[in-house]
Design a protein around this ligand. Structure first.
Ligand code: KG4
Ligand code: ZN
Length: 337
């Protein structure tokens, strides 16, 4: 079964053609990062406009690279939630137009479910059930993936998402948007024990996270140093911050896997590209004889191949949308259409 998939939830306009949820026939990503960098973060109105300009070319290129036409396709999948509403609407309306004009079924896909599905592309043997740490710019969840379309959140952030915390700390250290990847690189070779940063816990909720205090600690350290007219060693500060965030993520994730008896641990979302997080989760899984799966770096960030992968399983579950499909800025990964 061949699916044309579309992703436009944030600052990447992407289209892909995938087969049976596991094989990528083409994948095209047009990023807007350089433009948003000028403003230190994503400007929603600019994102929507750029999606409008790019989507036609990106979809055509995905079909061309796969050497296929609409007649060869079986369905159209599109990210409909969660994300920036104006950005999502571009992809959703484009997909609805294509579905109407070709008669192909329209499959709505939840953005975080698609991040999880990026692992199905890389690991053909991977099947639910497994425990997944979903860490992106907007979300930090520990999710029980009981089935391809059956998920339960057992841990979540109480304030900032992990990616957001990385981006805000990086910005405070003067790094360009999106800061997470710069902070990760800067941290290499730095001393992770040079700054004692808080490792916040949420009382009574052993799997929940809280990152805003950590971000504030970094901002205060930088502010106090500048008032004294001194500069902090950025490599050491980055390494300490990266360690604090990845310690919290890894500890809660492993605690949940142990308590609930999972033997497969999966990472998903933009922050799963973080080199220390990958290292720490791999080490902890090896200690516990657990299998672990991380998306390849090119599938960690937003792309449409992962939308096609999840779209395949949504289609099999009968999740087909009618032409009144709408985009939604927020929606739980647990939803059942
Ligand atoms: O999943 P994603 O591409 O978009 C959302 O759905 O939000 O995640 C983007 C987030 C950004 O906050 C970015 O800074 C972060 O992922 N990120 C990283 C790394 N690469 C991307 N954070 C830490 N270390 C990285 N290597
Ligand atoms: Zn994402």
């Amino acid at each position: 079964m061949k699916i044309l998939s579309i992703e436009s939830s944030c600052d990447e306009t992407a289209a892909a053609v995938t087969e049976n949820g596991r094989t990528v026939l083409s994948s095209v990503v047009a990023t807007q990062v350089e433009e948003h960098k000028l403003y230190g973060g994503v400007v929603p109105e600019i994102a929507s406009r750029r999606h409008c300009e790019s989507i036609n070319g990106v979809v055509s290129e995905a079909l061309e690279r796969a050497d296929l036409s609409f007649n060869d396709l079986d369905a159209i999948a599109v990210t409909h939630a969660p994300g920036l509403i104006g950005a999502l609407l571009v992809g959703v309306n484009f997909a609805k137009g294509l579905s109407l004009s070709t008669g192909l079924p329209l499959v709505p896909v939840h953005h975080l479910r698609s991040h999880i599905a990026s692992n199905y592309i890389a690991f053909p043997e991977l099947e639910p059930p497994f425990l997944c740490l979903v860490v992106s710019g907007g979300h930090s969840h520990i999710v029980e993936v009981k089935g391809y379309t059956d998920m339960k959140i057992i841990g979540r952030t109480r304030d900032d998402a992990a990616g957001e915390a990385f981006d805000k700390a990086a910005r405070a250290m003067g790094m360009p948007y999106p800061g997470g990847v710069h902070l990760d690189k800067t941290a290499e070779g730095g001393d992770p024990d040079s700054f004692k940063l808080p490792h916040p816990r949420v009382d009574g909720s052993p799997y929940d996270f809280s990152f805003s205090g950590l971000k504030t600690a970094i901002i205060n350290l930088i502010h106090n140093a500048s008032q004294r007219g001194t500069e902090l060693p950025i490599k050491d500060l980055s390494a300490s911050f990266r360690k604090a965030v990845t310690d919290c993520l890894t500890e809660n994730f492993m605690k949940a896997a142990e308590n609930l008896g999972y033997n497969k641990a999966v990472l998903a979302g933009g922050v799963s590209a973080n080199s220390l997080l990958r290292k720490r989760v791999a080490e902890e899984c090896e200690k516990r004889n657990m299998k672990y799966y991380f998306p390849p770096l090119e599938l960690c960030g937003d792309n449409a191949a992962m939308v096609g992968a999840q779209g395949y399983y949504e289609y099999l579950a009968g999740h087909i949308a009618s032409t009144d499909l709408n985009a939604k800025p927020t929606m739980s990964i647990e939803y059942n259409p």
